[in-house]
Design a protein around this ligand. Sequence first.
Ligand code: FES
Length: 163
Amino acid sequence: MKNTEPHWKTDFSVDWEQTSFITRREFTRFLGLGSAALATGNVLMVGINATRTETTRPRVEISEVDSIKPRGYKTFEYPEKGKHAILLRHEDGSLSAYSQRCPHLGCSVFYTEEHNQLECACHEGYFSPRTGEVIAGPPQRGLAKIELETINGKIFAIGGGEG
Ligand code: FES
C-alpha cells in the first residue's frame, strides 16, 4: 500500500497524544499576567530613576579666585574624572562654569578671549560666556551649567554639569 501522506507530515510528524494544547483562556491569562509583570517592572524602573536624580554632586575645589584674571578661564573635571568643564571669570569679576561637552554632537567647547565667547570648532557652534546659551550654530540647547560657590577666595563646583 502506497503512503499518500505528504512528506512534511511524515518528516515532521506531531504526536497528538503527547502534545498539550493551550486553550484560548489560558493564553489570554498568560498575556494578562505578562502585561501586568511588564507594567510592574516599568513602575519600579521609574522609582529607581527618580531616586538616582536625587543624588548630589560632589563638592570640588577648582581654583583660587585671584589666580584667574578677568576674561580668563580655567579648565577642570566635573562631576567626575574625564568630564571636562570650564570656569570663566568675567570682566566684572563674576564667575560662570559649564561642561565643555557641546550639546550638538559632543565635541569640546573652548573659550576665546578675542571673541569673548565659547566656541565649538566641529560645526561652528557659539555660546554665551555669561549664560551658556546658544548664540549661533547647530546646537539646539545651551551648555550644561555648573553651580559654583566661593568661600574664602576659593571657588568650588557644587552641582550641575554634564549628566
Ligand atoms: S559638535 Fe559642537 S557644533 Fe556640532
